[in-house]
Design a protein around this ligand. Structure first.
Ligand code: ARG
Length: 576
């Protein structure tokens, strides 16, 4: 990767020119205006004060000392003392040969394993739009890490027990009449979700229902066979439904855990920590950990209770067990938790406790926190039964895309048409969500997401398909070798420069799992390609050499789009 190579070279050059400052960090940036070159370095500005010279002089010394590598065509000192580098066209053209289905991958993560937890739904209702953000992020980060050479295991920790499930159970017992998803011809998760809604409606009229739910919960906790059987049956329906939705969106897990397995979880670990003096017994007999040093404990005592005086554990205690078990069983080097930002505090506490318990790997746990997804009409609520669930949302999107396919008089029929609609609808949804920084709240706008002209999945899919269609029409037997001198147009060079950056984008995206860095890149690449079409024809009647070169150029664009979309979990379709 040229960025890394250049950083090394500048480092050595600075060490030679200013030996006392040979260890200074070298930062290579991308100039925001591409007319300033491909890479820019601010070392001269950083060093100037220290060496007591003006930055441009320092820059000049660095440039004079520099042994210019072959891939650099031109070096320029700009503005107050930036050093700008222009990559040689020969290099960019040679790079076209590297662009295959592995292009973009690297081996930074070789030999390391990461577990990614995402989705982790509750079993009382279907997956909704928030889960879409969660799943798409989890899937994309998994792909991203694999592209960087990591071994990845994906997991979900299903919340399969608790008062919310008991509400569905109660409503089913009262009003279910032994119906089943089959008898009602309904997806299992929707079927169970309907009883949850029914409960909420009835509970408004009848206060006693709440107590009845508590009775069910108590029975469940006491392992009452009837309560357990109903619980198992209803959860089974929900899992069937979830699995269908997971298949629909392409989400798969290496392994699944269930919260019910962890009801007792963590207690013995906390007791052990008590023996070691990391945890203390407080008034009333509860076990607590002092978190006052990191300001995460109770506002008065600075402590966090981990085992209550009656011996029961809390959410974070169970998560301690889950993390310890996962690390032991998978022998992973780290865990990424894709969980909503309402649990920011929870994960800070969890990671701190694991650190205090002496687990070195606690440093390698990361909460990939994401914000709320709204629909234009407002927040999605489940209690009132007004949730926009993912299945219905996707069905709605498909009908929007279907209409688009008809309006555009696309000639596809039967299975091909169905596959196209599926790929575009999911591409639209995934891209629209992934292009936004997970930290920001967002509003999902279905019709904007399928706009073929915007910064959307379908736009990128269309750019890909259009290239495929040009390639299909290309005459056979064109001579395949190209010379760097064949590319003369600025639009061609712009594409070549962009293509060269893809591996760097994939590598740098891992830093804080910047999936939206990849969407931005792909959009820019598609824009450059479409600007090229505006001015030039791929098949140039006057020159076979040009035609060949341009066919290779757009084939490379298509490959990079496909590789990039692949990381986002979006299908590149051959015809659109
Ligand atoms: N089930 C939880 C929820 O729906 C998310 C679980 C997060 N994962 C964890 N290991 N705590 O909010």
């Amino acid at each position: 990767m040229l960025k890394d190579d250049l950083a090394k070279i500048i480092q050595q050059t600075v060490a030679k020119a200013f030996p006392e400052y040979g260890k200074e960090v070298v930062e290579i940036e991308y100039p925001s205006d591409s007319s300033h070159g491909d890479y820019s370095c601010n070392s001269a500005l950083r060093l100037a004060k220290k060496v007591g010279k003006n930055p441009r002089e320092v820059a000049q010394t660095i440039v004079d000392t520099l042994k210019k590598p072959d891939f650099v065509e031109k070096v320029e000192i700009a503005g107050p003392g930036f050093i700008n580098f222009y990559v040689a066209k020969e290099y960019l053209v040679k790079n076209l040969k590297n662009i295959n289905d592995k292009y973009g991958q690297n081996d930074t993560g070789q030999g390391k394993k990461i577990v990614i937890e995402y989705s982790s739904p509750n079993t009382n209702k279907p997956l909704h739009l928030g889960h879409a953000r969660n799943n798409f992020l989890g899937m994309a980060v998994a792909n991203l890490l694999e592209a960087n050479g990591y071994e990845v295991e994906t997991t979900q920790n299903v919340n399969d027990r608790g008062i919310h499930i008991c509400k569905s159970m109660l409503a089913y017992e009262k009003w279910g009449n032994n119906a089943t998803p089959e008898s009602m011809d309904k997806k299992g998760d929707h079927f169970v979700g309907d009883y949850y809604v029914k409960y909420s409606q009835e509970a408004k009229k009848d206060e006693l229902l709440e107590q009845e739910t508590r009775v069910i919960l108590k029975k469940w906790e006491e392992k009452d066979p009837e309560a357990r059987a109903l619980w198992k049956k209803m959860n089974g329906w929900v899992y069937d439904g979830f699995n269908e939705t997971y298949d629909l969106i392409g989400s798969h897990f290496t392994f699944t855990t269930y919260e019910s397995q962890f009801s007792e979880g963590g207690r013995s670990l906390v007791e052990e920590a008590h023996q070691k003096g990391i945890v203390e017994e407080i008034e009333g007999g509860a076990l607590a950990i002092d978190l006052s040093d990191c300001n995460l404990g109770d506002s008065e005592t600075g402590k966090k209770v981990l085992v209550r005086s009656d011996g029961t554990t809390i959410y974070v205690t169970q998560d301690i067990q889950l993390a310890v078990d996962r690390m032991k069983e998978t022998k992973a080097d780290g865990i990424i938790y894709v969980v909503g930002n309402e649990q920011d505090y929870h994960f800070k506490v969890l990671f701190q406790i694991l650190k205090k318990f002496g687990h070195k790997w606690a440093e390698k746990l990361y909460h990939l926190s994401y914000a709320m997804v709204n629909l234009p009409s407002g927040k999605m609520k489940s209690r009132e039964g007004t949730t926009v669930d993912l299945d219905n949302l996707i069905a709605e999107l498909k009908s929007l895309v279907d209409k688009e396919v008809t309006d555009r008089e696309m000639p596809y029929k039967d299975q091909e048409r169905e596959d196209l609609i599926h790929a575009v609808a999911l591409g639209a949804l995934k891209y629209f969500i992934l292009k936004i920084d997970p930290k920001s709240d967002m509003t999902y706008d279905p019709s904007a997401s399928i706009d073929f002209q915007g910064n959307t999945g379908p736009y990128l899919q269309y750019t890909y398909a259009r290239i495929q269609s040009i390639l299909r029409k290309a005459p056979e037997g064109l001579d395949a070798s190209i010379a760097a001198t064949t590319f003369t147009e600025p639009e061609e060079i712009a594409i070549l420069r962009k293509l060269q950056l893809f591996p760097e984008v994939i590598k740098s995206a891992t830093k804080d799992y910047r999936i939206h860095g990849i969407t931005n890149y792909l959009y820019d690449l598609a824009q450059e390609t479409n600007s090229f079409y505006v001015k030039h024809k791929v098949l140039d009647d006057s020159s076979e050499e040009k035609s060949v070169a341009r066919l290779q150029l757009i084939a490379a664009v298509a490959q990079v789009l496909k590789n990039g979309l692949g990381i986002l979990g979006i299908e590149a379709v051959g015809r659109m």
